[in-house]
Design a protein around this ligand. Sequence first.
Ligand code: HEC
Length: 95
Amino acid sequence: MKMPSVKDIIALTLICTVIAGAGSVTGCKESKKIADKSGAQLWSENCQRCHNTPAPKTFNDEHWKTVGMHMQTRALLTDNERDKIVDFLQSFNHL
Ligand code: HEC
C-alpha cells in the first residue's frame, strides 16, 4: 500500500474542515428562518463567500451603509438582511 501523500492529507484536512464548518454554522436539521438570523450570522454566512471582509472598524457608519448597499446586490440580500448586517458592522464603532 502506498503511503498517503502530503497532497492527500491536505485534501482530507480540507474536506473535514468544510464538513465540520458547515455542521457548526447551519446544522443539518436546523431549518431556522432567515428572518430569525442575527446580523453576525448573516454576515458570516454571506460576506466571506467572495472575499475576506475587512475588520468592522475599517469603515465608519456612513461607509458601512454604502458598502451595505453595494454588497446587497452582490450577496442577494433582502433590505432586512442588509440592515442587520450593517447594524452589526457599525456596532463595532460604538463599543
Ligand atoms: C457575490 C460576491 C460578493 C459578496 C457575496 C459580497 N461581496 Fe463585497 N465585494 C465583492 C467584490 C467583487 C468587491 C470589489 C469590487 C467592488 O467594490 O464592487 C467587493 C468589495 C467589498 C468591500 C471593499 C470596499 C472597499 O472600498 O474596500 C467591502 C467592505 C465589502 N465588499 C463588504 C462586503 C459585505 C459586508 C458583504 C456581505 C453583505 C459582501 N461584501 C458580500 C463581491 C462580493
